[in-house]
Write a protein that binds this ligand. Structure first.
Ligand code: PMP
Length: 369
């Protein structure tokens, strides 16, 4: 049988070892006589699964002690409302939220936040077709803003902040106290981060963490407790934190799978090793795309995403043939997002370099190289 490689942007490929372990434990978790799906979230079995997942994620990302890790339902998009509802209360109302608009996902965040605050687009790369992160020197920030929201990896546009050169830089001057909030949904755990730079980080799980349905929030403790009265209790970060993500029923099975992924990451060498592999995989793939003008990726080199690689065929009449040939070779889900067209290869942590090599071989073959 042809080996299958799944390049979906999310829900996305998971480590085979994790899926095999989940299968082996499906009917009877560790002699408990129950599937994890059947366990009470308040029972000792699930509590042990939860605590291990929390501890391992804290270790993997070196999350400082003064940050809470929350496991919520609702996905990344819900956070576009939940985060403002939790954070704008720290400022006199109506508060302002600054945004850097780097693509589709930060665009959605801007739209949603406008329901809860005044929004200021401090910088945007829209005019250039979202092909870079606007230089920080050009950001027009608002003194006294509740926070600055960035999406550090734009999944659709394939634009990633240049962390290797310190981006985002610490804010200075009138805005030195502005909190930084980051949507890291599509590249969390693929590179080392300094959590202490951020007031809050959020990420939907279905790319680098586990199944859809789990949302991770990492939030500095002193930011809890100011939720707007309109905020649903189940999404009031203080209530969730005080109840260790058990204020309501958390997505238990998803948390279990996320926990297995965290264990797998630790066995593989942690985030530093994932970063090394991501660099190698991205270099291989962009190298093939850049070899001549058969394929096109328009993102500025320093902002090219290591996780989501959108590209176009110069001759778009060949799109269907390209996708059919890919499928025949076991290279799946390469069609680009409907809003931008073209192709996209997502190469998350669980995508082995062999999968990227198979794609590169096909890219070369299809280009007649
Ligand atoms: N932010 C980013 C960066 C994303 O890639 C996505 C999903 N593709 C979302 C937010 C929205 O996540 P969800 O579909 O879980 O609401």
């Amino acid at each position: 049988m042809t080996h299958i490689y799944n390049f979906s942007a999310g829900p996305a490929v998971l480590p085979k070892e994790v899926l095999a372990q989940a299968a082996a434990e499906m009917l009877d978790w560790h002699g408990s006589g129950m599937s994890v799906m059947e366990m009470s979230h308040r029972g000792p079995e699930f509590i042990s699964i939860y605590k291990a997942a929390e501890r391992d994620l804290r270790e993997l990302l070196a999350v400082p002690d003064n940050y809470k890790i929350l496991f919520l339902q609702g996905g990344g998009l819900s956070q576009n409302a939940i985060v403002p509802m939790n954070l704008v209360g720290h400022k006199p109302q109506p508060a302002t939220i600054d945004f850097v608009h780097t693509g589709s996902w930060s665009g959605k965040s801007i739209k949603e936040a406008a329901k809860y605050a005044t929004v200021n687009v401090a910088a945007s790369s829209q005019a250039g077709g979202f092909n870079r992160v606007p230089p920080q020197s050009e950001w027009k920030l608002t003194p006294g803003a509740a926070y600055l929201h960035i999406c550090t990896n734009e999944t659709i546009d394939g634009v990633e902040f240049d962390f290797d050169h310190g981006s985002p830089q610490p804010l200075t001057g009138d805005c030195a106290d502005t909190l930084l909030v980051a949507d890291m949904s599509s590249h969390i755990l693929s590179r080392q981060i300094d959590v202490s730079k951020y007031g809050l980080i959020f990420a939907g799980a279905q790319k680098n963490i586990g199944p859809a349905g789990v949302t991770i929030v990492i939030v500095r403790e002193d930011l809890l407790g100011k939720a707007l009265p309109v905020c649903p209790s189940a999404f009031d970060f203080k209530l969730v934190a005080d109840n260790e993500s058990m204020y309501n029923t958390p997505p238990t099975y998803g948390i279990y799978i996320a926990g297995l992924v965290f264990q797998w990451l630790k066995q593989q060498g942690g985030v530093a090793e994932m970063e090394k592999r991501a660099k190698a995989k991205a270099a291989l793939l962009y190298g093939a795309l850049d070899a001549d003008d058969f394929y096109i990726n328009r993102v500025a080199p320093e902002n090219r995403s290591r996780m989501n690689v959108p590209f176009f065929l110069k001759d778009e009449s060949k799109n269907e043939a390209f996708l059919a040939g890919a499928k025949a070779r076991g290279l799946l889900q390469l069609k680009g997002h409907k809003s931008v067209g073209g192709m996209r290869a997502s190469i998350y942590n669980a995508m082995p370099i062999e999968g990227v090599q198979a794609l590169v071989d096909y890219l070369n073959e299809f280009a007649g190289r």
